[in-house]
Write a protein of this length. Structure first.
Length: 229
């Protein structure tokens, strides 16, 4: 089994309810920022990082997502009749992703700076890590209203949940533990908690800029970030 990831799971199945009217007739990954669908910004990062296998999960308006993704060489993992959340969705897509650790990438953010996936790959240490999450100090998380997700020690090991570092929706993750979770639909938080208890959950601070595009008012913030590139 390989220890270096060469497959990415792009999360694109959600309902996008916080985007209000913008997702009444389209899935959130197809909402445009800077004249391009959000998912195309994410795909650019994937292509630049040279990742071999690209998979996206779909559920809400899955036909639109498949019509956009398949001509671009993205394998589609459709979730039906129910959405499976991040953990269940990733497990459902494993036959397409293959064995070994994988990247996962949310498709509702804009990045400015070094390629986040390349940074994760360079910092990945399979001897010590079961997951490496890209994070940023909460005060630098543009468009994000949370108080932070994780506390870390001097080595980057995640020691607790709480205000501090905000998770940016990009990571490298070992997937073997997914088979141990009984629920069909579940969050990756369940797997992270087990990894943290074993001291194998790590965070890497992103040195660039990031904007969460989870609501309409975040779009101009994200477009300003693109203008500053």
């Amino acid at each position: 089994m390989r220890d270096t990831p060469d497959a990415v799971m792009m999360f694109a199945a959600g309902f996008g309810t916080r985007m209000k009217a913008l997702t009444a007739d389209r899935p959130k990954p197809l909402v445009e920022v800077g004249g391009r669908p959000l998912i195309d910004h994410a795909l650019t990062l994937v292509r630049e990082a040279g990742i071999g296998t690209v998979v996206a999960n779909t559920h809400y308006r899955a036909d639109q997502m498949a019509a956009w993704l398949e001509p671009r060489g993205v394998r589609v993992s459709q979730e039906a009749p129910d959405i499976l959340e991040t953990g269940g969705g990733l497990r459902h897509a494993l036959p397409l992703l293959g064995e070994g650790p994988v990247f996962t990438l949310n498709t509702d953010a804009i990045w400015s700076g070094p390629n986040p996936l390349a940074l994760l790959r360079d910092a990945w240490d399979p001897a010590r890590m079961d997951a490496l999450l890209l994070c940023i100090p909460v005060e630098r998380a543009v468009g994000h209203k949370g108080k932070g997700d994780f506390l870390t020690d001097a080595e980057g090991r995640i020691t607790a949940r709480g205000p501090g570092m905000t998770y940016l929706g990009a990571q490298i993750l070992r997937t073997e533990g997914l088979e141990e979770i009984a629920e069909p639909a579940f969050s990756l938080n369940l797997l992270w908690d087990r990894m943290q208890a074993q001291g194998r959950l790590f965070a890497l601070e992103y040195p660039g800029h990031w904007c969460d595009v989870g609501q309409p008012e975040s779009i101009p913030l994200a477009e300003a970030l693109l203008t500053d590139v």
